[in-house]
Design a protein around this ligand. Structure first.
Ligand code: FES
Length: 272
């Protein structure tokens, strides 16, 4: 086989010029489909979540103690007292969501997530929209300057998201309730399923993988961290799928709680 030429000419140490191609891409497949679906999916989800976060009703089912994750923890004076597991400290005004302590951190966590970055850089910023498709921008500074430099805050957002996953877990445990005491219905399956998916997404985070297994010189001297890192690494391979799965489980959980709370249909009860 002929030798592969180096990317940089050793004589000049200058990068080779790019091939002059007049068309934007030579790809003939439907490369635009993935970015288009991403835009549609994310816009639909953000629209739904925004409406729900500011609706300030149908977030709590008193009989069964179901609390939607969009209102957790419920910390506004407007929250139903039983739904406020961690106290009510914020004023009840229309422009402050009832879960104003958690929603900004969750937004930051998702916005700075390595997968979502890829998704919205490609789909919204078109930088580039797909492999081997040139981007419309002429300059590229990546994440080296403000505001994208802020993407480095992801590791801190991870700690907040971890804490919020603990709170969601507490909500799911609290929801095994009926007017007579212990109870269990379809809502519990949905709430628990959502929490399991949220944990899988949170633990599959690239920052989590680094926290668990990074900065070690010898895995052999840290067998527990090695096992944890191996587990997190397996999850990490599914990070994109988990990112979308959790958007779906969050929306389904919220919709179910809203529907039962509003009386559109009743919860399917197995016990209590
Ligand atoms: Fe996606 Fe951390 S990389 S949540």
């Amino acid at each position: 086989a002929p030798p592969i030429p180096p990317a940089v000419s050793p004589a000049s140490s200058q990068p080779r010029e790019r091939a002059k191609i007049r068309v934007r891409t030579l790809r003939t497949d439907r490369w635009w489909l993935a970015p288009l679906l991403t835009v549609l999916g994310l816009v639909a989800w953000v629209a739904y979540a925004t409406v729900r976060a500011f609706m300030q009703k149908w977030y709590w089912v008193d009989d069964y103690h179901y609390l939607t994750p969009f209102y957790s923890p419920c910390v506004s004076n407007g929250c139903v007292p039983e739904s406020a597991h961690f106290g009510r400290v914020l004023p009840d005004v229309w422009f402050i969501p009832f879960a104003a302590f958690s929603l900004p951190f969750l937004l930051l966590f998702r916005l700075t997530c390595y997968y979502y970055r890829k998704a919205y850089y490609r789909s919204f910023w078109l930088s580039p929209p797909a492999c081997a498709v040139s981007e419309p921008h002429t300059k590229y500074t990546g994440e080296t300057r403000f505001p994208l430099l802020g993407q480095n805050a992801h590791r801190y957002a991870f700690y907040a998201a971890f804490l919020i996953s603990l709170i969601n877990t507490w909500d799911a445990i609290q929801s095994f309730h009926s007017p007579g005491g212990f109870g269990f219905g379809l809502g519990n399956l949905i709430l628990v399923g959502n929490v399991v998916a949220l944990w899988a997404y949170t633990l599959s985070c690239h920052s989590c993988r680094h926290i668990v297994g990074g900065k070690l010189k010898h895995f052999s001297k840290h067998p527990v961290r090695y096992r944890a890192w191996t587990f997190v690494s397996k999850l990490n391979g599914h990070h994109m799928g988990l990112a979308w799965t959790t958007l779906a489980t969050l929306a389904v959980t919220d919709f179910y709680v809203m529907a039962v709370s509003a009386g559109w249909f009743s919860d399917l009860r197995f016990v209590g």
